[in-house]
Design a protein around this ligand. Structure first.
Ligand code: FRU
Length: 492
């Protein structure tokens, strides 16, 4: 059996052991998952590949898992697409992207080599080069015989080949461009651009974004795309030198500006946070079937806050989000068919909650939407996954426009959202997507988003809204997720 067959065989034999899957968020069939890869719409379906290690619930030799969907709720698992079975990707097929060319689906990924994996990293021995694989049917992939396609020869001298990864390919006016994450010789992150006329032969084009020296960050998983008349560059910031001992915060950032592809210049105009939570990382976008820009990210939990081993999986994807720009602000709206999958069971119109008044009901997985009149409202608290003693709490301070999220689950620290709304706003909308292990909050139709993930087994299942002064709710809507045999429909 080759490595790919071995992975698929292992999944088939052991997948029934997986328990405690979320209701409607994507998880791997079994084992460990991190970044979304190769997110694309190809031959009438969305394809999502992902960093994958089927054999255990911890990160290890990276394969590419694969699933397809029409609606992001029902997923069909596909055979593992790539295994690390070549000399040039011996220690992992790291993150990358997909693009269609002449009817075939091409994957571009990073071949990772680190002979000391599991021990201290010896930088001198780590090599990351860019590779291709292609498929006639979008299911079985063949690695390109002349891999790697971008390596030492193509990478200018001022960069380190040990951190050179995450190719995201796009086509602009008949030219292929690829943004990549790299570490420069000052040991800081940059985003560089390569170009090609045929996807196979690549040349260095430009450095389009540099982190500041004192920020000590690598800029992983870059993505560059156009929305309306602006270009948006996104990346995930990972703290690097000097080594951070404490629990580090990984951030996902978007920069709005103008990209001049011919000259290789990105003029940054403004910067924002993609997600205010501490458990969202490495998002990737694609053009959706109607030309819209869709984004999906990894909801991560490492180390002591990982799921219990007996769950048999580790890692979830966020809900996909449709992106738009309002001035220079990125607007993100969840993409899923609410009417089809969520069953409205509670609706209150024109409710006033006074201090210590509480609305409470049972709801483990569902959609909560609050429409508030901010002109006349005091702070209030939403409690989710509430038990006798524990909950995830969202404190909404309507007057100061701030929202704080804390939880007794998963040791998340406090999530702070500032400037969520202004006193003169006529309506404040909060939408919560609640699942067994996560909460995603969309403020004012996606002006700000915060996601939160925790795998604790002792979570409660109550939803509660507690008044602290007087809050005027124009509408409170709760829709429970309709259990379905998720992920079985397309299963092959
Ligand atoms: C981001 C990342 C990528 C890399 C991959 C390896 O989470 O570090 O930069 O390609 O994960 O699994």
């Amino acid at each position: 059996m080759n490595k790919l067959e071995k992975a698929n065989d292992f999944i088939l034999k052991h997948k029934e052991k997986v328990t405690n899957r979320p209701y409607y968020h994507f998880t791997p069939e079994i084992g460990w998952m991190n970044d979304p890869n190769g997110f694309s719409f190809y031959r009438g379906k969305y394809h999502l590949f992902y960093q994958y290690y089927p054999y255990d619930v911890v990160w290890n030799d990276m394969h590419w898992g694969h699933a397809t969907t029409q609606d992001f709720i029902q997923w069909g698992y596909q055979p593992v697409a790539l295994a690390n079975d070549k000399i040039y990707d011996a220690n992992g097929c790291f993150s990358g992207s997909a693009i269609e060319k002449e009817g075939k689906l091409y994957l571009m990924y990073t071949g990772h080599i680190d002979p000391n994996i599991g021990f201290d990293r010896d930088e001198a021995q780590v090599v990351e080069r860019q590779c291709l694989a292609f498929s006639e049917d979008g299911i079985c992939f063949e690695k390109y015989e002349h891999n790697p396609v971008i390596g030492e020869k193509e990478l200018p001298n001022e960069y380190l080949i040990c951190d050179f990864r995450d190719p995201k390919v796009t086509k602009v006016e008949d030219v292929y461009y690829c943004v990549l994450s790299v570490r420069n010789k000052q040991r800081r992150g940059e985003i560089i651009l390569f170009k090609s006329s045929n996807l196979l032969d690549w040349t260095f084009h430009a450095s389009i974004y540099q982190s500041k020296f004192e920020e000590n960050t690598l800029l992983e998983c870059p993505d560059l795309f156009r929305i309306g008349n602006k270009d948006v560059l996104i990346f995930s910031e990972m703290p690097c030198d000097p080594e951070f001992q404490k629990e580090v915060d990984h951030k996902t950032v978007y920069v709005v500006g103008e990209m001049d592809y011919q000259r290789g210049i990105f003029k940054a105009e403004s910067k924002g946070l993609l997600d205010y939570g501490h458990t969202f990382y490495a998002p990737q976008s694609t053009e959706g079937k109607n030309g819209e820009r869709l984004l999906i990210g990894w909801m991560h939990r490492w180390h002591q806050t990982a799921p219990p081993r007996d769950y048999g999986f580790n890692g979830m994807m966020s809900l996909p989000r449709r992106l738009a720009l309002k001035d220079h602000q990125l607007i993100q709206q969840p993409v899923l068919d609410l009417n089809h999958y969520f069953h409205p069971s509670i609706v209150h119109e024109g409710t006033i909650l006074n201090a210590n008044e509480r609305l409470e009901w049972t709801g483990e997985a569902g959609y909560l939407r609050l429409d508030i009149d901010p002109s006349d409202s005091k702070p209030f608290t939403v409690e989710l996954h509430k038990s006798e003693t524990k909950s995830t709490r969202i404190e909404v301070d309507v007057e100061s426009g701030r929202i704080f999220m804390t939880s007794d689950y998963g040791n998340p620290g406090q999530i702070n959202l500032e400037d969520c709304f202004a006193a003169e706003d006529e309506n404040l909308t909060l939408e919560f997507f609640i699942d067994l292990h996560s909460v995603e909050l969309f403020v004012n139709a996606g002006e700000k988003v915060a996601s939160f993930a925790a795998y604790d087994r002792d979570k409660g299942s109550q939803v509660s809204i507690l008044g602290k002064g007087q809050t005027v709710f124009r509408r409170i809507k709760w829709a429970e997720f309709k259990p379905i045999k998720a992920r079985s429909a397309e299963h092959e």
